[in-house]
Write a new protein. Structure first.
Length: 163
C-alpha cells in the first residue's frame, strides 16, 4: 500500500511540475509571441528569443543565427508597420515536452491577415526548442514549414489550441 501511495504521489508531482512549466512557457513565450504579432512589436518579439537563437525556415533551406535573425525581425516588423498590417497568430500544440531548463514543442500555427476585403489564414507546422535563461523561457531553435500549403484548419483543430 505504501509503495502504491508513493508511486501515485510521484506521478501527481511530476504532472503538476509539467503543468506549471507549460504555464510558465505560455506566459514567457507564446502569449508574448501572439501579442508581438498583433501589436507589430519587434522588440517584444526579439525578447522572447535567446541571443544565440537558430531560425530555420525549412522551405527556404537557410538558417539565421542570433543577431542576424533579430535584425531580420526588425526589418519585417518595420515593413508591416509601414503597411499597417493587421494580423493575429494562434498556436495549436501536438506535443509539449519539458526537462529541467529545456523544452521541445511541436504543432500548427495559424496566421490570419486582415484587409478591407476580408481575412486570409495561413498555416504552418512548427518545431521549437525552448531554453530557460535567467529564469525566463525563450525560444532557442525555431523551425517551421507550410508543408507546401497542404495544412489547414482541420490540422489546426487536431491539436491543443492555446487560449
Amino acid at each position: 500500500m505504501k509503495v502504491v501511495f508513493s508511486s501515485l504521489l510521484l506521478i501527481i508531482s511530476v504532472n503538476l511540475f509539467s503543468q506549471s512549466q507549460t504555464e510558465a512557457i505560455n506566459k514567457d513565450v507564446w502569449f508574448n509571441f501572439m501579442q508581438a504579432y498583433q501589436d507589430l512589436d519587434a522588440s517584444l518579439f526579439n525578447e522572447i528569443h535567446t541571443n544565440d537563437v537558430l531560425r530555420i525556415p525549412e522551405e527556404s533551406g537557410s538558417m539565421m543565427i542570433g543577431q542576424e535573425y533579430k535584425d531580420a525581425n526588425l526589418e519585417n516588423f518595420n515593413r508591416w508597420n509601414l503597411a499597417k498590417v493587421k494580423q493575429k497568430i494562434e498556436f495549436s500544440f501536438y506535443s509539449r515536452i519539458q526537462k529541467a531548463n529545456w523544452a521541445y514543442e511541436t504543432g500548427i500555427y495559424k496566421l490570419t491577415r486582415y484587409t478591407d476585403s476580408g481575412s486570409q489564414s495561413y498555416y504552418g507546422k512548427f518545431h521549437v526548442t525552448l531554453k530557460k535563461v535567467s529564469g525566463v523561457w525563450k525560444i532557442y531553435i525555431d523551425s517551421d514549414n507550410s508543408n507546401g500549403g497542404t495544412l489547414g484548419e482541420k490540422e489546426f483543430q487536431k491539436g491543443k489550441i492555446l487560449n
